[in-house]
Write a protein that binds this ligand. Structure first.
Ligand SMILES: *Cc1c(COP(=O)(O)O)cnc(C)c1O
Length: 360
């Protein structure tokens, strides 16, 4: 068997050079005379890795000095709950913008901790568009505004950062972090599970404006308190050291590619190729409004559902895997994160053309 082009939504494909390096360093990492997951997180070697990875991420995203970078655990889902626990008082209003499955889930998880208000939602249109900013009903006293810049399942992406005035803007960037340049200073908090664009599941990267950490209540357990994690350099307890190491390799790989601006150009070319073909095919369809289409996750349907199984089976035999869409949307989904090369998308389009010609 050979390694396929992997269109999985997450955990997703990692850059091949990163995997090869991790493989080569598995038994002996640097001068440690042991693998990176076998050494103390408090030793100088691992501390150096932690510091360099943070510095590389700061370079990649141009993170201002008044933001802390945390390397946490629990997946994005745990932070759906931990964010209201830390940044709102019990019963305070928090505004949620819901443009797909993950935003909806974040709002539901927050409900037992804050007064969740859905300030805007595109559920009525089956999450195929972004509600215009002018129609959002933000509360001036809200603790924060939470949104999902890229909805991984519905394939809906914001292409600019919404202006929410002085309210802290919190973004679940799990599926689009590091895919294009963003102005971090427009956010209160950016957080992301690692398994799409950063590395392995089980690691969460959080970028948090320092003044917000003053809100973290003292009466919650320390392990849930972001201010404690920040004060302890993300080493309040044993961090996910192997996940952190993989993230550090991905950051180095991104810098070698020319940084986020270069990867953005590549991502645009990939998305343009795929959407361009889908729109002109007269066979496949993507339901999302053009201005809100995701560059990372491209859902598409075939003209008849009966063709789905054959499409998936034949795609696999062509070395194209994990194209099955999420059950909430149906059809197919091609996730084309940073690690997917243009050749992979070209191979997919070539196969789609051939399949359409034989089944049209
Ligand atoms: C994958 C994903 C999640 C869930 O991440 P877990 O690590 O499984 O908790 C949350 N939000 C978005 C946008 C995602 O893509």
């Amino acid at each position: 068997m050979t390694r396929a082009y992997n269109f999985s939504a997450g955990p997703a494909a990692l850059p091949e050079p990163v995997l090869r390096r991790a493989q080569a360093e598995m038994l002996e990492w640097g001068k440690a005379r042991a693998g990176v997951m076998e050494i103390s997180h408090r030793g100088k070697d691992f501390i150096a890795l932690a510091q360099k990875s943070e510095q590389d991420l700061r370079t990649l995203m141009a993170i201002p000095a008044n933001y802390k970078v945390l390397f946490l655990q629990g997946g994005a889902t745990q932070h759906f709950a931990q964010i209201p626990m830390n940044f709102a008082r019990r019963g305070q209003i928090a505004d949620y913008i819901v443009t797909g499955h993950w935003g909806e889930k974040a709002a539901k998880e927050a409900k037992s901790l804050v007064d969740v208000r859905i300030a805007a939602s595109s559920e009525g249109g089956k999450f195929t568009a972004i509600p215009p900013r002018a129609l959002w009903h933000l509360d001036a006293d809200a603790a924060y505004v939470h949104y999902t810049p890229n909805e991984t399942i519905h394939g809906v992406e914001f292409h600019d950062v919404p202006d929410v005035g002085d309210l802290p803007l919190i973004a679940d960037m799990s599926s689009d972090i590091l895919s294009a340049p963003v102005d971090v200073s427009k956010f209160g908090i950016i957080y992301a599970g690692a398994q799409k664009n950063i590395g392995a599941s089980g690691l969460v990267v959080m970028i948090v404006r320092e003044d917000l950490l003053a809100r973290c209540p003292k009466d919650i357990p320390k392990i849930f308190n972001y201010a404690e994690h920040a004060a302890n350099e993300s080493m309040l307890n044993t961090p996910n050291t192997f996940g952190w190491y993989l993230a550090s390799l991905v950051f180095e790989w991104l810098l070698e590619q020319g940084g986020v601006a270069a990867i953005d150009a590549r991502n645009r070319a990939k998305a343009d190729l795929l959407y361009g073909y889908i729109d002109n095919s007269g066979f496949y369809k993507n339901p999302v409004e053009k201005s809100a289409r995701s560059r990372m996750n491209v859902p598409f349907t075939l003209p008849r559902e009966e063709l789905d199984a054959a499409f998936l089976k034949e795609a696999e035999s062509h070395g194209l895997m994990a194209l099955k869409g999420h059950r909430a949307v149906g059809g197919m989904r091609a996730s084309i994160y940073n690690a997917m090369p243009l050749q992979g998308v070209q191979a997919l389009v070539d196969f789609m053309k051939d399949f359409a010609a034989r089944n049209g």
